[in-house]
Design a protein around this ligand. Structure first.
Ligand code: ADP
Ligand code: MG
Length: 719
């Protein structure tokens, strides 16, 4: 048996049903199964003897199995395993529902320990779905691991399978469970070895051991991510990048054309970028700032320098709406500069300036667009995922000895919406050049995430925080509206619309559940865009024009609605959280968020950022159907927190890491997310990774770490 052996090879007696279930849980190898951690522990009842027992309460009994049999109820087609336990003092019935395999695993005459709640029916005392261990396998235990199950694979099954595997691995002389974390680190932070941690987490004698084990696995995950990101960064630093010239006078002139002065935070960010350009190595920077903090303006300035140095920039945004907006704002920033800008989305291409009208953009065919990009005719190429397509080839620049690609700068907006691979795909755009220069890279996000998470997932990037808003921005007046105050809120909204302003209404879902379809109570009350649209336009604001916007609409429809909203032809836009990213309509000053308890605070903050686009007083009405004090308290933080980062920290502490929006996209497991809550642990992981790389960037002394990190990197490559 090896850690990468397939479960289907190692575990005999797997039914097709179980094989399917394993697949569903994405458990393929021995290692996968060992890393399928319990989500809680069942405390077993005290040991008792059967003759002394009454119904009610938990207890454990040791005895012999008798009369084991499998029954199939005819009506419900349910499999039931039954047995009687005899401990010499008396007998008690055992019954297992939906676990037919128990009848195969236990035999008459076998000694077992069973544990469960004692119940009574006409046939006497019984235990339903009792936990059991074969006595000869283990001493009576106080705690039993409980796993997330799926039909066919019960917790019982997991306990058996995992114990069998652990036994096998521990007796194996090949030291298959060699520790990937260096011993001195384990010692320093008081973490159990891999062997012990696996035993502790699956078969703890005490809960504090299980906790120590979880801590170790959490640390390990974050440590490995940090190490691999820092390693990537170190390697990148050794590569060459494009030489971007900084002409102070030209730069000043460009900045003067902005209708505003940059904030201190923007200036600092720009300075860091200029420093990066001077280093000769590829810039790898992550700029994080609330919506409206002026990230795009900073990026535009850097792009200006790149274009003036004779190079191209690719600017990728996650949605068409956003790409189009960036294009539009770039038209005003770059007007009269001679720099040419292109927009590429799946619904068409545009180029600025138009040959005939120097202040306008013009639609052009994709073929022509691609030709112009390839010839270097277009300096700034803005687009969605379309930029990654193979057909997009950037221009080459002839330089005496070698051919150099002209794509020198890659900017990604709302970085977290793209996978690592998409990001890499753009940076490594096919390139038939002789010399490999790596483009500079600037990534941006308005999604406030906790510092611990940023340090981990963006470990390969230098981080710049735009923690200041441009002056003159009003603070959004935010109100938490319980059901009985709805009417008053609608009155205020009406006042705003009467003044000529516009409003958003955000709902957690698109449509109400279909009739007859099973739906949980939790989602049943969720407000839906379609119903809300109907209610608002028929009952509450019949005098206004109200439209809908949601992700599943055709791009064309979306664009039409957006255009009408931008043009002020629509008073109220009812939408899902699709508008979270990048919609920019300064005249929209009111946002209503329905079912606010469904959203994380950081997400709510981002949503309300939509109305922070002008100098009008903005309003945010947070509607909640929830009456629990906890929810109301949590929502109140929206009124008190200074910025999105504070709210992200709040989410992390009060809702737990699992609730952070978009947990999946960070590629961190539940256990790893526990570490994210712990700044000390994250910093420790970072410091230890740095220490290792300082002395041994090739990881020569750490073959296990090296192997693991190479494996992970190659996985990313081939995905
Ligand atoms: P972000 O990309 O961070 O959401 P933008 O760069 O798009 O922010 O800026 C939002 C709006 O604020 C734009 O209309 C932009 O022109 C304007 N803006 C940017 N920086 C400043 C500033 N320092 N002072 C005033 N307005 C600014
Ligand atoms: Mg932006």
């Amino acid at each position: 048996m090896r850690l990468d052996s397939l479960l289907t090879d190692e575990l005999t007696r797997l039914s097709d049903y179980q094989k399917k279930a394993l697949k569903k849980l994405k458990l393929e190898t021995i290692q996968d199964l060992l890393w399928h951690f319990p989500f809680r522990y069942e405390e077993l009842g005290e040991h008792k003897i059967i003759s002394d027992t009454e119904a009610g309460g938990k207890a454990s009994f040791q005895g012999k199995i008798t009369k084991i049999k499998l029954e199939k109820t005819w009506q419900k087609k349910m499999n039931i395993a039954r047995a009687v336990l005899d401990d010499g003092t008396g007998k008690i019935n055992l019954v297992w529902f939906h676990q037919p395999f128990v009848a195969n695993l236990l035999k008459d005459g076998e000694s077992v320990t069973v544990s469960g709640k004692i119940q009574k029916n006409k046939n006497g005392l019984y235990l339903a779905n009792p936990f059991y261990t074969k006595t000869y396998e283990a001493k009576p235990r106080k705690f039993l691991a409980v796993y997330s199950e799926t039909r066919g694979l019960s917790s019982q099954w997991f306990r058996f399978a995992i114990q069998k595997i652990l036994k096998n691995l521990l007796s194996n002389t090949d030291n298959l469970l060699e520790d990937i974390i260096p011993k001195n680190i384990l010692k320093k932070y008081n973490l159990p070895s891999l062997k012990n941690a696996l035993l502790y987490i699956h078969t703890p004698k005490e809960l504090k051991n299980a906790e120590a084990a979880r801590k170790r696995f959490a640390f390990q995950e974050i440590f490995l991510i940090q190490l691999s990101r820092l390693l990537k960064r170190e390697k990148q630093k050794k590569q060459d990048s494009f030489d971007i010239k900084i002409n102070g006078k030209e730069l000043d002139n460009f900045l003067k054309k902005f209708s505003f002065e940059m904030t201190k935070a923007q200036k600092k960010a720009l300075e860091s970028i200029l420093e990066d350009f001077k280093k000769g190595e590829p810039m790898a920077r992550f700029m994080e700032g609330d919506v409206g903090s002026g990230k795009t303006a900073v990026a535009a300035t850097a792009i200006f320098l790149v274009a003036k140095s004779g190079y191209q920039t690719a600017y990728m945004a996650p949605t068409e709406v956003l790409a189009k907006q960036i294009f539009d704002s770039f038209l005003s920033y770059f007007k009269g500069s001679g720099i040419k800008i292109g927009l590429l989305t799946s619904s068409g291409c545009r180029k600025f300036p138009s040959k005939t009208k120097p202040n306008e953009a013009t639609p052009i065919s994709k073929a022509r667009f691609l030709k112009w990009v390839g010839e270097g005719e277009i300096d700034i190429i803005i687009g969605t995922h379309s930029l990654i397509q193979d057909s997009v080839k950037f221009a080459l620049k002839n330089k005496k000895i070698y051919l150099e690609k002209k794509l020198a700068f890659v900017v990604i907006d709302e970085q977290h919406r793209f996978g690592t691979n998409q990001r890499a795909a753009l940076i490594n755009k096919k390139n038939e050049t002789d010399k490999k220069l790596i483009p500079h890279f600037l990534s941006m996000s308005a999604t406030p995430i906790p510092r611990t998470l940023a340090l981990t997932v963006y470990g390969d990037l230098d981080i710049t925080l735009l923690d200041e808003m441009p002056p003159g921005r009003k603070k959004i007046a935010t109100e938490i509206v319980p059901p009985n105050k709805r009417k008053m809120a609608y009155e205020k909204i009406k006042e705003e619309i009467e003044k000529g302003r516009q409003a958003y209404v955000i709902c957690p879902r698109i449509a109400a559940p279909e009739e007859g379809k099973a739906i949980s109570l939790l989602t049943a009350n969720m407000k839906a865009v379609k119903e809300e649209h109907k209610k608002l336009s028929e009952e509450i604001f019949p005098e206004y024009k109200i439209e809908m916007l949601y992700g599943k609409m055709l791009a064309k429809e979306k664009e039409k609605v957006m255009r009408e909203f931008e043009d002020g032809k629509i008073n109220i836009l009812v939408a899902t959280s699709v508008i979270e990213v990048g919609v920019n309509v300064p005249n929209a000053t009111t946002i209503i968020i329905e079912g606010a308890e469904r959203f994380g605070l950081a997400q709510l903050h981002q949503l309300r950022g939509r109305v922070l686009r002008s100098t009008y007083q903005p309003y945010c009405f947070v509607f909640t159907e929830s009456k629990t004090q906890r929810t109301l308290d949590r929502l109140k933080a929206l009124k008190t927190a200074k910025n999105g980062f504070e709210l992200a920290e709040y989410d992390l502490q009060f809702r737990g890491a699992g609730e952070l929006s978009g947990k999946k996209q960070w590629g961190i497991s539940d256990v790893g997310m526990e570490a994210i809550k712990n700044i000390k642990m994250v910093e420790a992981a970072r410091i230890e990774s740095q220490k290792i790389l300082e002395k041994d960037v090739e990881l020569k002394k750490y073959p296990l770490l090296k192997k693991r990190i190479n494996q992970e990197n190659s996985n990313i490559h081939f995905e």
